[in-house]
Design a protein around this ligand. Sequence first.
Ligand code: FES
Length: 160
Amino acid sequence: MGAEKFPELDPIFAKYRGKKGTLIPVLHEVQNRVGYLPEDIQKHVAQKLNVPLSKVTGVISFYSFFSTEPQGEHTLGVCLGTACYVKGAEALVEEVKDQLDISEGETSDDGKFTLTVTRCVGTCSLAPVVMIDNKYYGNLKPADIPEILAKYQDSGQEGK
Ligand code: FES
């Protein structure tokens, strides 16, 4: 076996040892701990849970909440559910991309934001909606985006 890698993850594996259907919850906890799921971590999880690496990579690529790339300090999700879409959410996505010079799934150079698009986040009355971490911003126009981003870029802590 050689020297044990990632000892900080051992409590997670210990917690799920002997249980069934643990791959998704384990990946969740590992991602919470590490921030993302790079290849060496995926291999480690596969080995620890005694499942094929292909199963681990398959699950990670199937569920959008798993990421194989480092995440920004804040997750910025633009809702592209129906209500938001018809109220112009696509233009919000484009504005965020322009402002941060990133595409979906990417993280801004300053490490502040990772851009995602989401399905309905349950606040259609506020459409179109952007979520930053757990905070909602509603009734937005593209022109509102720079001001919202600036709050996080200046203080670094908005919404935490
Ligand atoms: S469609 Fe965006 S909040 Fe429901």
